[in-house]
Design a protein around this ligand. Structure first.
Ligand SMILES: Cc1ncc(COP(=O)(O)O)c(C=O)c1O
Length: 441
């Protein structure tokens, strides 16, 4: 029974009550405190967002200063804020996309949605629809709006999705998706062939873009096989299909580099970003649009004398100030290097868990780890045990131990804020090792 009217997502609606939902009252650094005063380490940065932790005074002050200067302004109809322009220039400078145009939005979902929309704007010509189809990967998450939820590789039938024109191919999840005995190279080739077959089936001229996270956090921290993105890009280029890096989670230092795409050698035509851009202190996201699409957009706009798109809170001056300050702190405090260093420490601490008989795989990338409960037997077949149930149970137990982790498709994910110290990494690792040490076959 609900005992408050608030709908909390990613749980059954019947759990909307104070017994099942923790009420968090405050946060400081990497810690959260619930209504009873109990302390939790937020070892997922609250859905991969709070890069600078929960009470960064410098960031809060810069937000307050912007509120006093210009608390709000819509970007549109020949007006925008100086702060919004400054952030677009900063993002263009650090972007992995060459000479990008920057379009702002408020959430990662909107960023993916708006990119699809401007791709359609660039492709829709005098009543003739061309390149209106989109490919993404199963189990991926790209957002909650209709188009981004259609890109998302699951939860479709619950909501009558995907919309027409969205197609999903296999996730580069080598541990869970390989055929028995298949090498990583063979697995990679098979996945690229799957994309090629889909392109041929759907008609290469009809497909606009392929959306992918450089490292699939949303599917369970899958680091792609070595040549996956190189082969994928080559195939897509042959058919003039754009590749989009969804950097909503992997951007701004999570992988130990500014962009996840740099961490896995993945060159894309456009990128979407959000979450860590303001460390979550203000809703803001952005799209870096590559040159060829910009040209098509400009040409269309010249012809019809319009680009009828805006969003009230996109390019919000307070969000822009928060993002500029977040980036300044990340650069000044060398948080990319720090994330890489403490990520290595996390790996050193947790890698031995891979030997546990109930753990099938452990994966690490930047400042992130996954403990995968999907077991393979001596014939390399996936076991029929219930890894998701076990993973969810461990997750609940860890929360009782004061550690917030995230279960994703049978893997337990850990991705603490970029400001986490080495001692705190040891504290996180100890809690996980101690809980998993109690697991018996
Ligand atoms: C990879 C990825 N893309 C997009 C989104 C959507 O972002 P938002 O929740 O800000 O709309 C998410 C959210 O978790 C995500 O993980």
């Amino acid at each position: 029974m609900s005992d408050f009217p608030l709908i909390v997502g990613f749980q059954p609606l019947s759990d909307n009550n104070r017994n099942r939902v923790k009420t968090i009252k405050r946060g400081k650094g990497i810690y959260l405190y619930d209504a009873s005063g109990k302390e939790y380490i937020e070892a997922t940065s609250s859905f991969w967002v709070a890069a600078l932790g929960f009470q960064n005074e410098e960031l809060i002050s810069s937000i307050e200063r912007q509120y006093r200067k210009l608390p709000f302004l819509v970007s549109g109809m020949h007006r925008t804020s100086d702060t919004s322009i400054a952030l677009s220039e900063k993002l263009a400078t650090i972007s992995a996309i060459k000479n990008p145009a920057i379009l702002f939005a408020a959430t990662g979902s909107e960023a993916n949605d708006f990119l699809i929309k401007v791709m359609k704007y660039g492709a829709f010509d005098e009543g003739q629809a061309v390149r209106m189809k989109f490919i993404s990967r199963k189990q991926s998450y790209h957002g909650g709006t209709l188009a981004s939820a259609s890109l998302t590789g699951g939860h479709h039938s619950d909501f009558g999705l995907p919309l027409p024109g969205f197609f999903h191919v296999s996730q580069p999840d080598f541990h869970g998706g390989r055929l028995p005995g298949e090498t990583e190279e063979e697995f990679c080739k098979r996945l690229i062939l799957e994309v090629e077959n889909l392109i041929v089936k759907e008609g290469k001229e009809s497909i606009a873009a392929f959306f992918a996270e450089p490292v699939s956090f949303s599917a369970g921290l899958h680091v792609p096989p070595k040549n996956y993105f190189k082969c994928l890009k080559k195939l897509l280029d042959q058919h003039e299909i754009d590749l989009v890096a969804d950097e909503v989670v992997t951007g701004f230092g999570r992988t130990g580099r500014m962009w996840g795409s740099e961490s896995v050698d993945f060159s894309s035509d456009h990128a979407t970003m959000g979450k860590g851009i303001t460390s979550g202190y203000f809703p803001l996201s952005a799209i870096a649009i590559g040159e060829s699409l910009q040209e098509r957009m400009k040409e269309k706009s010249r012809r019809i004398n319009s680009f009828a798109h805006a969003a009230t809170y996109a390019a919000h001056p307070v969000g822009a100030a928060a993002a500029l300050k977040t980036l300044e702190i990340i650069e000044r405090e060398k948080l990319l290097e720090h994330a890489a260093t403490i990520g290595k420490l996390l790996e050193k601490e947790l890698r031995p868990l891979g030997e546990h008989p109930l753990i099938g795989d452990v994966r690490f990338h930047g400042l992130a780890a996954a403990v995968d409960f999907r077991i393979r037997d001596e014939n390399d077949e996936l076991s029929t045990e219930d890894p998701i149930g076990l993973c969810n149970r461990i997750n609940s137990e860890l929360i009782e131990d004061g550690l917030i982790t995230r279960p994703v498709n049978g893997s337990l994910l850990i991705a603490p804020p970029l400001i986490t110290t080495s001692d705190q990494i040891l504290e996180i690792s100890e809690k996980i090792k101690s809980r998993l040490g109690k697991l018996t076959v």
